[in-house]
Design a protein around this ligand. Structure first.
Ligand code: ZN
Length: 205
């Protein structure tokens, strides 16, 4: 994909995410691997109103080559790429239902959401909870790094999900599946529920 097409793809998907209320204000950020580094959404930019020409272009060392300065959460993207050689794109959202689940006291930090549907198991799988750190604390990057080699999706406590994919569509599809599953989980709380069994999970893994 040419860089012009990559820039268009980030802006189109950003607008779609924003228009459907999957992240609000200037929250959420998207990056993808470009020929000589990365393209990333800028700091303080709404995903609903991205300008292809102003996306942050970073070289392989993370230095800004052109465009606006990158999101302050760029380190979340960097650690995902550093730990996952096959990652072509990373998406991070403050999506309501995922954030709500990340605040629950009784969730299992080793695997936050139960296997509600086959699609969740296939697109997300085991989802670890990364402990809470204040915004800008570099310790968050190292905490995410600890999970990133084994998990393409992580949930930051009281914050939101970070998901890597082989390409932008894969990362977006997975983070949307995560958000929908978080919504289902909240809808089902308190109801006796049949989750997929270990045998059913083995069939699709
Ligand atoms: Zn965030």
């Amino acid at each position: 994909m040419s860089e012009a097409k990559q820039r268009e793809a980030i802006c189109t998907i950003g607008a779609s995410i924003f228009d459907r209320g999957l992240t609000a204000g200037s929250s959420g950020n998207i990056s993808l691997r470009a020929e000589e580094g990365w393209l990333m959404t800028p700091t303080n930019a709404s995903l609903g109103r991205l300008d292809p020409a102003r996306l942050s272009k970073l070289d392989r060392d993370g230095n800004l080559v052109s465009g606006d300065p990158p999101t302050k959460e760029s380190f979340l993207h960097r650690v995902m790429y550093e730990e996952r050689a096959g990652a072509g794109a990373v998406v991070h959202l403050h999506s309501t239902h995922s954030v709500a689940v990340s605040c629950l006291a009784e969730i299992d930090p080793a695997d936050v959401l139960p296997p509600i549907t086959a699609y969740y198991v296939m697109r997300v799988g085991r989802l670890p909870l990364v402990p809470y750190f204040r915004p800008g604390d570099v310790a968050l990057a190292e905490a995410v790094r600890g999970f990133a080699s084994k998990h393409h999706a992580v949930l930051l406590a009281n914050h939101g999900p970070v998901v890597a994919g082989s390409n932008l569509d894969a990362a977006v599809n997975a983070i949307e599946e995560l958000e929908e599953t978080a919504k289902l989980y909240l809808l089902l709380r308190g109801a006796k529920t049949r989750f997929l069994t270990p045998a059913q999970i083995r069939e699709i893994e």
